[in-house]
Design a protein around this ligand. Sequence first.
Ligand code: UGA
Length: 444
Amino acid sequence: EYRMALKITVIGTGYLGATHAAAMAELGFEVLGLDVVPEKIELLSSGRVPMYEPGLEDLLAKHVAGIEGSTGRLRFTTSWEEVGAFGDVHFVCVNTPQKHGEYACDMSYVDAAFASLAAVVREGALVVGKSTVPVGSAERLAGLLPEGVDLAWNPEFLREGFAVQDTLRPDRIVVGVQGERAEKTLREVYAVPVGQGSPFVVTDFPTAELVKTSANSFLATKISFINAMAELCEATGGDVAKLAEAIGHDDRIGAKFLRAGIGFGGGCLPKDIRAFMARAGELGADQALTFLREIDSINMRRRGQMVEMAREALGGSTFLGRRVAVLGATFKPDSDDVRDSPALNVAGQIHLQGGQVTVYDPKGMENARRVFPTLGYAETALDAVRGADVVLHLTEWREFRELDPAELASVVSSRVILDGRNALDGERWRAAGWTYRAMGRPRA
Ligand code: UGA
């Protein structure tokens, strides 16, 4: 069987790394993935992942060595020596979470990965950073690598829930390089997607780093912009969904990322805009990004607005002793990720104010229970809404759009549903006798 010549390693096997490793094997390379957590390596070596990501386990099963019928191109290890001896190209995919109690991101995993890699990397190899880092990091990290080892910065734009397709068919590939050798190697790595039409943008280190944070900041800005318009609609009786549809027809604006509701969450957008502000401050350029503070506060305000809508639906004063059903716990559908989830945040606020909250989510229950064990949980949507005084729809899973409003109506104590994602068919719910309310939209 034909095998691509370059040998690739992937350091860090979270969302990004596990997907990247599987995708590189799919492209035909021999791949070695490393993680410092032995349990992760064990799981991945048996073709499984510790998160819900459509299509990823199938891709692993297709390539992980030792699995029957696999190509055997993909292996995992905890050994840095093995990684150093094996790799021509090393992709660093460790995460950079928000620092506790600070806006800045935590670079300790990246720094540790570079230190370990520097000790074992072969001369002539290429190290490629994929982690989202503050601008200026690549320049600094290049200095940690031995003579004769190049660095490139190659940010990643994959979305959770679409990680596999975004990695195999990226809508652009951005590489920050300091020399032609690194560019040539990366053109070889990405020859297949580039051949299929993915644009290949070559730039310097700071631009590559900035592309990533500015793309996420722009997406966050679009969402908060439409949520600000939702506030105007609420004040005037307008309909933000119609407004978004209408402005979205202007292709300079674009229809995507204009869904108003309880706002953005997850492991990327919120922490990336905060880290970007922190970095701008360090660089003496904070004025350039002060608008992001407003983007962040509009976003957080929408969560509060959902809590107020629920309070109002219950008669206006207190949540004490009232039953609140919450449909959705993850930060978006088709993911089991509850990091900075608006849904869980709203559920938590109501719980802390004395409401009896029962949560159901198709894939996020285990993670939600772990981060918020004191909330009530139910095994099905129907069980979650049983006896509820109000139902909140907070993550737009397909399963919730397919619920039968008449069936739910027969088990709730009060037929009121608040749609925090503007994703349900309001007419269908109203026809079944429900009071349906959405955010930034008029009441029927
Ligand atoms: C985001 C970016 O979309 C990816 O391009 C990027 O690679 C990734 O971060 C990253 O930095 O790793 P992701 O966090 O998977 O991807 O989630 P998104 O699909 O961007 O959604 C983010 C949040 O915005 C979700 O909570 C979603 O519900 C919310 N959202 C999205 C809205 O409230 N309205 C919209 O119109 C769109």
